[in-house]
Write a protein of this length. Sequence first.
Length: 484
Amino acid sequence: MAAACAAAALAVLLFALLPGRAALKETDTRLAKAGEGLTDYTVTLRLDDREDTLAISETVLYRNDTGAPLSTLMVRTWLNAFRRSESSPAALEELYDACYPEGFSPGSLTIYDVLWNGERAAYAYVNEDQTALEIQIPVLESGGQGEMALRCVAQIPVCCYRTGKAGRDYQLGNVLPLLSLYQDGAWRTDAYSAVGDPFLSACANFHVTLYAPDGYVPACSAPLTKGEDGAWRGEMTAARDFCLCLSPDYAMASARAGETAVYSYAKTAQGAKRALDYAKKALETCAGLYGAYPYPAFTVCEAFFPFSGMEYPGLCMIGTDNYREDKADTLELVAAHETAHQWFYALVGSDQVLQPWQDEALCEYAVLRYVRMRYGQGSYETLKYYRVDAPMREKLPGGLTPGSPIDYFGTLSDYRTVAYGRGAALLLALDELLPGGTDGFLKAYVDEFAFRFATRADFESCLNRYAGMDCTPLVLDYLDTIMD
Ligand SMILES: [Zn+2]
């Protein structure tokens, strides 16, 4: 307990000592502009570590920018997928034992109140898994604005996953109820697939207050600072999610990468320092290639799950296995992939359900670029063999292409081979073709769609404009053609 308290005090001290907001002018201005008119979430969280619950009180200032009148809102309540093993994404056969070492443990999100402009609003789940909550509101004209207030309690499952309690740590990915994406005249209500990351949301502004038991330190999408009243508070502007992990025994290391404060939380000081160095290098490399990192801070934290990593705006979880002494290379590659997601997912949103290659393949390409820049052509060729050439040759169940939606993939390894590896082959082919290479195009793509959502059609039209020719046949060839 003493060590944990010391860690909390150290975190507060380091936040205070790091060159702070005065040095962040350029980022602040860009973010403030990006945050204008976005949905605003004011969230108060209370963690109870005896009951493993997180009480959530959320006030959402929502402006209807859909271009159509709305009579419903759709809130994603992903945690409810963990109620039953039949619907839990962590209960996939190849994950179950690693995610539930002590047996199945249910998680849920219980809604107590939903108000719209101060009046009680009717609500109901629209799917069996209870991950899509439809809220009835009086017609809200396009451009109109209103306030939704929501009170709920999250029961955190004991589960080594991006959502769950692992040991004494809480990994709280996708726990906050967020508005879904409104697209083509309807709210998206995609299922919580075990393969991929089926989360779609627009950028919003977050104001977060967290009450946690003494000794717990949060690693967050935006750094939280502890006030004299014991509450942790922080803000995040123009981000499509807000994630936090809490541990009573994090070691923390921090550094600066240009204007960005980089934080690393891990179980050992050495692990925190190693991940920090890799995250910093990756952030600097991606910023050099694809444009400035958008947020004032970037955090990586060690997570207990059977994945290499998981991305959220401003925060990446990195699987604990990568922190082993003999896995330094893996840790660096995972840090590079997850950091690249800050551009391809966090800054430019894309359809992670129907076109998952659009962030995963771009991040794989970014890892290859990182290795070529840092370690030269030989290392790049070796990595390219394992990450792209071998996946292109692998024999797989018929019908899978990089352009397949996530629900086509039955296993994580097929998904990785096809959406990541074969998807990255498109970017390598474009590198041969484009003036300025794929990097030049991806920078133009980020410039055009920063803080927005780019459909596959947006990606292709941006590509065609950048190339000055029709690249669609090449894209079709790589993304939609079934290999024998
Ligand atoms: Zn990824």
